[in-house]
Write a protein that binds this ligand. Sequence first.
Ligand SMILES: [Fe+2]
Length: 247
Amino acid sequence: MIDFHAHILYGLDDGAENLEQSLMLIDSLKKQGVDTIVAAPHFYFNNITEDGFFAFREQALCKIREAESDVKVIPACEVYISKSFPYTDFQRYQVANTGYILVELPHRTSLSKHIYDILLNIINVHGLTPIVAHCERYPAVLSKPGIIAELIEIGCLIQLNTSSLFIGALKNLALKMLACDQVHVIGTDCHNDRRMPIYQDAVNLIRERFGTEKLNRLHRNMELLLEGRRIEVVKPKKIKRVFRFYL
Ligand SMILES: [Fe+2]
């Protein structure tokens, strides 16, 4: 099984702080049935140079691969697309060389035109497909969940955090997104001993609520994406929010 979003690479962000913590997170994921991890440290273009970031990432990746050979670790990054993010060459940010790029959007109450323009630039100019990290967590999406369908319509894919299925404020939307096929990949977004991975419980919940077929489709999607192949995307219907319910 694949965890498509984890901060297991140490020393790069607010995830694992050292090799020991990296291995502790990997061990927890292994015990939950995960054999492939997309390692996606935050990349904030204001905080570090690209060259510095990729050098640190390579260093952490090598050390982890030396110490742990049962699990496949795929290099990626979670690129924060802020209001001031430059139009840059996005190729280096890909999940391995798959043509997919994991992006984090601003945690604000609305998404500006600039954000959509950057996403369209990634798609149309660079030929990459953005995967929107933990789409259910953004305040803009929680209040206007129709945004998810808009993002899919312009060519983005959607990643759900497995932990959101167990967080009161996010659970209803997370379940609705799964019901409407508006989730393409899942990830734990685990960081450290305070944000440990919750994978097996989420997999069980998805199987119980939606059946094995939906779960298998998610796994198949993730396998295909890591092979750089396309997945089937269901034409999205806009989810509406009425009070705290998602319809
Ligand atoms: Fe993350």
